[in-house]
Design a binder for this molecule. Structure first.
Ligand code: ADP
Ligand code: TPW
Ligand code: MG
Length: 575
């Protein structure tokens, strides 16, 4: 027996993997998570919400991932998508690859199963070697195994996502990590605030003067603005460069609105002419990929050869398709700043016969299109329906336009003028169907602006269940489904004699508007442009989740929209 009193050691303050991960994200101003809950990350979502992070739950990880990808594009901070192991991870991975392809910063955080069991392939719950699978599909992939490494792991993921050419990063979080405990003070010390995550990258002075020399030598210069230029958020500098140079510019799809499409130097409606005839082209945050016919061939007026100046943060982009006469490697702000400085006060504008030729072609094309936009016929064709939406965006330039489909995309791109930067969100470099609802949700969440999503009926179907998410979070999203009963057209016939419809045809006269009503949103069915206008304006005024089923003539569209030429042709003909 002892009379000694037992002294309890003072209770040590502890933290764990859950809290450290949340603290690390918050420390780096990541305040929104897009995802789908489940083992092992359900509590992580709950705790993140309790800690003040906005946690948006989706109906499918791919849509949450697409939302994160667009959040990255709009904010220059990595959009975060949170998924469960194996199947949830794989669903999110498509979006991570999409973000990487488009050069947008995103982090896919996935829970994963017991490392020891996975690595011995012993059949764990949702077993998969996720890190190995993610690696080839994104810019960087990391796994955190110890609670004290969470700060560094998150910092590495953020830096990898946003520095240099932005892209997707995979962060593997084994479930066991979340439960690991450590001293709270030590834990807080282990967190890392990323300083200067996307450092300026200045072009060399020789590269700048080489570029200026090439531009000066041009008789028929052209500027091409890509979505890298929109992403960079140096809108005033882009305007300065374009206006000071006096050079006509062509916006790529998502760069529409970086300068208003009605800008006097816009060559958007003279695209074929400027690509074919220009002698010097200055690429600003755009790649010479398939969307620009790889910078060569008939579309570029071959055999005449074009000289390129290219501004890009990724050195390996240079000469990827054709020779670049003046590579300008650096961030767009620094490169354009150096060019504008170098142009001085007496910069000579391009020859007036070139400017006159571009403007004449543009004005003629616009005049030719104008009457088609007034077509109030029912059933609607694309021009009639889009003419109505064009007016709405002109009156509401702050609205964000989300757009996907084939004909629905291609017609809307050329018909709807954009007036402000980063207001047009579409299918990006891959032409992916299904990004629409994720994009619409992230656009509303990240900017608070109203969103108009113009969707082909097929495109909408890829992520249509997210109308529930839009209703749940009461987002100001108006979806217009261009319902032509199918993919490209609703008129294909099955020639086999079986009862099935043709592979491109959907249920006739479906009522997508009723889907929205199922979740308490507004659903409207319209058959002519006047009704469409009224319904969209009402939706935008009310800010209520709305889906407008716009009946489009099933015979109005073309196979694959504007890119039917990319379809392989059977040498023995169609059966
Ligand atoms: P688009 O599809 O509009 O033609 P791309 O996605 O093909 O545009 O090209 C965007 C380019 O912009 C990429 O090559 C990317 O490396 C580059 N980029 C992205 N952000 C920056 C930046 N801040 N500074 C310079 N280049 C950038
Ligand atoms: C992930 C192939 C390109 S466009 C399209 C498909 C299926 C749909 C076109 O029909 P929609 O538009 O949306 O009704 P419209 O106006 O022409 O009728 N899977 C993915 N991405 C792509 N691009 C496809 C398939 C495709
Ligand atoms: Mg369709």
């Amino acid at each position: 027996m002892t009379d000694q009193t037992k002294i309890e050691p003072e209770a040590q303050a502890l933290t764990d993997g859950f809290h450290l991960l949340i603290d690390a994200l918050k420390l780096n101003d990541i305040n929104t998570i897009y995802g789908v809950p489940g083992i092992p990350i359900t509590d992580l979502g709950r705790m993140a919400q309790a800690a003040g992070i906005r946690v948006l739950s989706f109906r499918h990880e791919q849509n949450a991932g697409n939302a994160a990808a667009i959040a990255g594009y709009l904010t220059k901070k990595p959009g975060v998508c949170l998924t469960v192991s194996a199947p949830g991870f794989l669903n999110g991975l498509t979006a991570l690859a999409h973000a990487t392809t488009n050069c947008w910063p995103m982090i896919l955080i996935s829970g994963s199963s017991e490392r020891e069991v996975v690595d011995l392939m012993q059949g764990d719950y949702e077993e998969m070697d996720q890190l190995a699978i993610a690696k080839p599909l994104c810019k960087a992939a990391y796994r955190i195994l110890h609670a004290e490494d969470i700060g560094i792991g998150v910092a590495r993921a953020i830096r990898a996502a946003v520095s240099g050419r932005p892209g997707g990063v995979y962060l593997d979080i084994p479930g066991a990590l979340l439960g690991q405990v450590m001293d709270e003070v030590e834990g807080q010390k282990s967190l890392v605030k990323v300083i200067d995550a996307a450092p300026a990258q200045l072009p060399g002075p020789e590269a700048v003067s080489r570029a200026l020399d090439v531009i000066k030598s041009a008789q028929k210069p052209l500027i091409i603005l890509g979505k890298g230029a929109s992403y960079a958020q140096v809108d005033d500098l882009v305007k300065d460069f374009v206006e000071k140079s006096g050079i006509p510019y062509l916006p790529m799809s998502m760069a529409k609105g970086l300068l208003p499409d009605t800008h006097p130097q816009s060559a958007g409606a003279a695209r074929s002419l400027v690509l074919k005839e220009s002698d010097v082209v200055i690429m600003v945050g755009a790649r010479l990929n398939w969307l620009l016919s790889h910078g060569k061939g008939k579309q570029w007026g071959a055999p005449h050869s074009t000289k390129f100046v290219q501004i890009d943060i990724e050195p390996r982009e240079m000469d990827s398709n054709v020779e670049i006469a003046a590579p300008l490697v650096g961030d767009i702000g620094s490169c354009l700043g150096a060019l504008v400085d170098g142009m001085g006060d007496n910069w000579a504008k391009p020859p007036s016969d070139w400017i006159d030729a571009v403007n004449a072609k543009r004005d003629a094309n616009i005049a030719r299109m104008a009457p088609t936009l007034q077509n109030n016929a029912s059933p609607m064709n694309y021009a009639g329906a889009l003419g109505a939406l064009r007016t709405i965006i002109a009156e509401r330039p702050d609205a964000i336009l989300v757009n996907e489909g084939a004909n629905t995309l291609d017609f809307a791109r050329s018909i709807i003028d954009m007036y402000k930067p980063r207001k047009r969100l579409d299918v990006g470099t891959w032409g992916v169907m299904g990004v629409g609802m994720g994009s619409a949700i992230a656009a509303a969440v990240e900017t608070g602006c109203p969103v108009l999503a113009v969707e082909g009926d097929s495109a909408f179907g890829f992520s249509g269940m997210e109308v529930e998410t839009i209703c749940r979070y009461k987002l100001p999203v108006c979806i217009v489904v261009f319902n032509n009963n199918g993919i490209y057209r609703g008129t294909d016939v099955n020639t086999s004699g079986s009862d099935d419809v043709a592979p491109t045809v959907f249920v006739e006269n479906s009522r997508y508007d009723l889907m929205m009503q199922a979740f308490g949103g507004e659903g409207v069915h319209v058959t002519n442009p006047d009704e469409l206008s009224r319904a969209v304006n009402a939706a935008m005024d009310s800010g209520k989740p709305t889906l407008i089923n716009a009946a489009i003539d099933p015979a109005a569209g073309k196979e694959s929209g504007n890119i039917g030429n990319l379809n392989p042709v059977s040498v023995v003909g169609k059966k």
